[in-house]
Structure formats: structure tokens, C-alpha cells
Design a protein around this ligand. Structure first.
Ligand SMILES: Cc1cc2nc3c(=O)[nH]c(=O)nc-3n(C[C@H](O)[C@H](O)[C@H](O)COP(=O)(O)OP(=O)(O)OC[C@H]3O[C@@H](n4cnc5c(N)ncnc54)[C@H](O)[C@@H]3O)c2cc1C
Length: 438
């Protein structure tokens, strides 16, 4: 690149958001360069992860036959670990075990992002790797390009720049679209990819063919922090990890570091047998945005749009949906840029169309709907800690075999519940849970 090189659109970040935006633009004739700091798209990326593919399948109907997904999600389990015990809700709906498999596919980002990048390149997108954008270039206060900070020869100019740099977006701060990211607005996750022979995975998790399992664990799984542990079955490996609110971790870490929490999770009696014999082949850590609807950054300014995790577009409720929101935002950004290109007007006034499109879609409507999810759980941690423990004790008492008459057992349970639960508080919490969590 030379100091004066100029293209129509620069996209910073080759994740699902950036690549989808790039593909949509290039398909319609725009000149697009994607800049990625990793050695290759996907090199720096990780997620749990279920790739929610409804948007992906709209753009690439060949996704099911061609894309490198590991397994479809046929089995789900939501479990609470209480001490050394486990209480679980298991589901294997037949509807999720038939095409389109509830648009939910267990995936590894290294291969999936690579596949998406090939699609974008096929449409004419140029991808420059190993380049970390350190700042924007400005002309009379307007953003006109990007720089790596290592000399003019690395600078690149553009009519439009799209920031798709993910959860740890420094550039949105530099563009004054958000305040400094604070721990209240981020979760942290660490994950291991653990190799295990395919037949062992299928026998151990009771899976047939490409069927996969997505197990999520709350409560003791993350030492009562606001977050969860997870196991997802890949073809011949397991994705195993923990994720939790950064601010909750800082306040309640009890001297532990995130890796201690992962190790404790892995050694829990419900988890260890599932991992037996598995060999760690990859270790990853990443941040997850939890901005919430009321703290989202500003999404545009003259010559700049922000998409995906960089814009905080993640459904932080039980759904954990990120990639489909990221891809949808990439498409809306591309539509907006095409409109700006037609008018030859890249001002914030024209670019505000992007926010309108997000507001009309599931993206901002879902984020708005779950805006109190995390704050409600922060204030009512008994829901994830105390009640599950009590429920576990009750079930143990109820099913314990003894010569005690069952009516006496029931009376004892009732007394225990009365002693531990304030019914007015419980009613309030249940109503709160209904309004804020579901
Ligand atoms: C542990 C974990 C579990 C998750 N589980 C799920 C799940 O099961 N399902 C789901 O749908 N979502 C899940 N998510 C969320 C999902 O991963 C994100 O919502 C999604 O990846 C966002 O896509 P993106 O393109 O915006 O950002 P990213 O995927 O983070 O991509 C950003 C890209 O920008 C590059 N980059 C960053 N800074 C620069 C720079 N300065 N210069 C150049 N390149 C740069 C990065 O290397 C990266 O390639 C999970 C996230 C985590 C961390």
C-alpha cells in the first residue's frame, strides 16, 4: 500500500460481521478491502459455540452441504450444579433433529471464518491479514482512512470505513462513539478444545451420525458467578469452557483466576467423566460484550459504521446469540453503504439509515427485550445459587429411601422450604424473572 491508496470501503475485522458486510457489498459491485490482524481469518477468533445460521443460510443456501460445521444441535441440556450435585433439564426435540436443524450448528471458528472468507474473496473482496489497525486517519475532523501506526506506507484511505473489530473495540473508543469499556459491560470466557475420538464422543453423549450436544451449566459450574460453563460436541473434539461477568468476577473471585474456575468446572463429578481421556489441543480466552440496550455505543458518524460485537450487538440472555446478529448487522450496514454510494453522500445523516434498519429488525428488538437480563440476575443471585441448592436438597429428601412414612417426609420438606424461603420475596422474584429473563 502507498500513502495515497484509496478504496471505496475498508472493513476492519474478518469475523462474521465484517465478512458478511464485505460479501454483500462486493456482490453489488463495491470495491472492498477487509483488514484482519490475525494470520488468517479465524486465527484469533473463538466462541462457544453454536452457529445460529438463519442469516447465513439466506446468503449461502449451500451452507448445509458445504460449510465446515461440526454437528447440528440435536440435544440440549440446561443444568444447575449445586455442590457436587446436578439438576438438569434435558431436551431432544424431533423438530431440532430434522432439517433445518433449528438453524443451530456446533462450529469451530478457525474453519468457519475461513470458509466465509473464501466466499467473500470469491465475490471480489480483498483480505489483508497480519495488519492490526491502530487508529483512523482524519481530514478536517472526518474519518478518511486507517493506519497501523507503523508508517505512512501502511495507511489506506476510503470513502467509508466499517468497524467490525469485535468485543474489544479500541477503534470505537478512538472515534469517540463510546466511553472506555468497563468491566460492567464485558464478560470473560475461556475455552479449551479437547480432542476425543469420534466414536467415544458419540457413545458417551448418546449421539447418532452428525447429531451434536450442547450442554450448559449454571450455579457451582462458575462458583456462583453470573455466567455458565459449557460443553459442545464437535466431530472429534469437545469445546469446554466457562464464561462470566467480569465485574462479578472481580468482586467475588475468592482469590481464584479464570483458569482455576475452568479447572474446577472440569473436575466436577458431573463433568469429569464426560471429559475422561480427552486431550487439550487448543486454549483460548475472549471477551463478550454485555453492553445492554441502554449502553450501546453510537453506531455511526460521518464515513464510519460500527457492526457486530464492536457495536455491542449480542443477545446476552439464555440465547447467547451473537453470530447471527453480527451477520445481520453486516447486511444492514452494506445496504446503507450502497444507498450512501448511490447518493455519493457518506454523512452521518445518510448513515443513520443503518440504525433504523437495526431497530426494525430482530437485532435491536431482541437486545431491547433482554436489556434487564443481566442487571436482574446481578440483583437476584439467589435465583441461580440459593434456590437450585434448596431444590436439590428437597429432591434428595423426597427420593431418599427409608422407612420413614412419606407423609412425614413431605411435612419435613415443607418445614425446610418455609424456613428458607420468604414466599412474598419468592413471588416477587418469580414475577421479576418472568418479566426480565424470558
Ligand atoms: C466464549 C464465547 C462464546 C460464545 N458463544 C456463542 C454462541 O454459542 N453462539 C453465538 O452466536 N455467539 C456466541 N458468542 C458471540 C460471538 O462469538 C460473537 O457475537 C461474534 O463472533 C461477533 O462477530 P464479529 O464479527 O462482530 O466479531 P469477531 O468474531 O470478534 O471478529 C472480529 C475480528 O476483528 C479482528 N480485529 C480485531 N481488532 C482488529 C484490529 N484493530 N485490526 C484488524 N483486525 C482486528 C479480530 O481478529 C477478528 O477476526 C460467543 C462469544 C464468546 C467469546
Amino acid at each position: 500500500m502507498s500513502q495515497n491508496d484509496k478504496v471505496e470501503v475498508i472493513i476492519v475485522g474478518a469475523g462474521p460481521a465484517g465478512l458478511t458486510c464485505a460479501y454483500s457489498l462486493a456482490k453489488r459491485g463495491a470495491e472492498v478491502v477487509v483488514i484482519e490482524r490475525g494470520e488468517y481469518p479465524g486465527a484469533k477468533n473463538m466462541f462457544g459455540g453454536i452457529f445460529f445460521s438463519s442469516i447465513m443460510e439466506k446468503i449461502f443456501p449451500e451452507f448445509f452441504d458445504e460449510a465446515p460445521w461440526e454437528r447440528f444441535v440435536g440435544k440440549r441440556k440446561f443444568s444447575i450444579l449445586a455442590g457436587k450435585s446436578e439438576l438438569a433439564f434435558d431436551m431432544m426435540p424431533s423438530a431440532f433433529n430434522e432439517k433445518p436443524y433449528n438453524h443451530s450448528f456446533i462450529t469451530l471458528r478457525g474453519t468457519m471464518d475461513g470458509w466465509l472468507a473464501k466466499k467473500a474473496e470469491g465475490a471480489g473482496v480483498s483480505i489483508i491479514t497480519d495488519y492490526c489497525v491502530s487508529d483512523f486517519l482524519y481530514e478536517k475532523g472526518k474519518i478518511v482512512g486507517i493506519t497501523s501506526g507503523s508508517g505512512d506506507e501502511d495507511n489506506l484511505l476510503a470513502d467509508m470505513i466499517v468497524c467490525a473489530e469485535g468485543a474489544n473495540s479500541i477503534l470505537t473508543e478512538k472515534a469517540k462513539l463510546r466511553k472506555k469499556i468497563d468491566p460492567e459491560r464485558r464478560s470473560i470466557a475461556i475455552k479449551e478444545n479437547m480432542r476425543l475420538p469420534q466414536n467415544v464422543i458419540e457413545d458417551r453423549f448418546g449421539l447418532a451420525g452428525r447429531q451434536g450436544a450442547a450442554f450448559e451449566y449454571f450455579g457451582e459450574a462458575v462458583q456462583g458467578l453470573l455466567g455458565n460453563g459449557f460443553i459442545y460436541t464437535n466431530k472429534d473434539s469437545l469445546s469446554v469452557g466457562v464464561g462470566f461477568s467480569l465485574s462479578d468476577f472481580i468482586k467475588n473471585r475468592n482469590g481464584k483466576n479464570p483458569n482455576d474456575i475452568l479447572e474446577d468446572f472440569k473436575s466436577h463429578p458431573s463433568i469429569a467423566p464426560l471429559l475422561k481421556g480427552a486431550e487439550i489441543v487448543e486454549y483460548m480466552a475472549h471477551m463478550i460484550p454485555s453492553d445492554g440496550f441502554d449502553s450501546l455505543p453510537k453506531l455511526y458518524r460521518d464515513g464510519l459504521l460500527v457492526i457486530g460485537d464492536a457495536a455491542g450487538l449480542l443477545n446476552t440472555s439464555f440465547f447467547h446469540e451473537g453470530v447471527n446478529l453480527a451477520m445481520a448487522s453486516g447486511i444492514y450496514a452494506a445496504d446503507t453503504i450502497m444507498e450512501a454510494r448511490r447518493k455519493n453522500d457518506f454523512s452521518s445523516q445518510t448513515l443513520s439509515l443503518y440504525e433504523e434498519k437495526l431497530k426494525d429488525s430482530f437485532v435491536l428488538q431482541d437486545i431491547k427485550n433482554c436489556k434487564n437480563f443481566l442487571s436482574f440476575l446481578h440483583k437476584n443471585k439467589s435465583l441461580i445459587n440459593d434456590y437450585p441448592t434448596l431444590m436439590n436438597d428437597i429432591l434428595v429428601d423426597y427420593f431418599r429411601v427409608s422407612e420413614k412414612p412419606k407423609t412425614a417426609v413431605k411435612k419435613e420438606i415443607f418445614r425446610k422450604v418455609k424456613k428458607n424461603v420468604k414466599f412474598t420475596r419468592l413471588a416477587r422474584e418469580m414475577w421479576g424473572a418472568w418479566s426480565n429473563l424470558i
